[in-house]
Write a protein that binds this ligand. Sequence first.
Ligand SMILES: Cc1ncc(COP(=O)(O)O)c(C=O)c1O
Length: 308
Amino acid sequence: PTWSFKDRVVAVALAAVKRFGFTVFSCASTGNLANAVAAHAAKAGLRAVVFIPKGLERAKVVTTSVYRPTVVEVEGTYDDVNRLCLEIGDEHRWAIANVNLRPYYSEGAKTLAFEVAEQLGWRAPDRVVVPVGSGNMFVKIHKGFEEFERLGVIPRQTVRMTAAQAEGCGPIATAYKAKTDKVLPVRPNTVAKSLAIGAPADGAYVLDLARRTGGGVESVTDDELVDAVRLLAQTEGLFTEPAGGVTIGVLRKLAAAGAIGPDEVTVAYITGIGLKALEAVEELVEAPIRIKPTLASFEERVLALAGG
Ligand SMILES: Cc1ncc(COP(=O)(O)O)c(C=O)c1O
């Protein structure tokens, strides 16, 4: 319902909210999670209080506020918001989706593996490319394939897990390239705001899986990821937000370098819609051609361009 994969994780968190009898549903969000918590709480008749960092895309705030939660904008980064929510969860009996309900919330991302296996005719892909913020989705996609293998639903196979980050917030990519196990926190500076998590909770697990499966971690600049948003729109008719641009930008970079082969069955996860982050592309797209409502004006201004 809220146009990102966060509906999946929130659906599972919501089941825990009901089971434990919480009355306030909350989260620390880079935007999409706030949308999903607010919408699902509205439907469930719960109070929602969502915490966001300052400077989010306008549409992400509007598309959250419409469900009438309490939206709290914290003067700081997402990492500040997350730290505050940890303290709130310790002191108050609130259900905070990605903090004290994280074990439930995180399992919801496994459906991203289950559905891919189903759509491929009950097999895992050779490789996945996944945009990484906290790293939860990446880790749980792997767990989803693993569980299906263990149950005998799909054949056993190593899925190469490729993590995609924005260069302006790429602490895991930096650690991967430096061949260290330490993911050092960074101060995010990227248009991929949904991935702007400087201290990723699951960073060490992402690094380990990317290395063990041979998938690797790669990053792209803001220019490259915005270009990739346009490439996906112009070739597949899909308009994604910058997180999806990070996926496609990394896919493009690795394919061009020969690191992803043309025969590999590769699934690129596009996890959010472009309409919520128009700022990323609005100044780059061509303005409409303005004409008078006459055939002459059409023939003068449009026909030649359209190749008629
Ligand atoms: C659209 C989108 N893609 C990817 C991510 C990253 O997910 P994770 O924090 O589980 O790594 C987010 C996180 O907010 C997101 O909103």
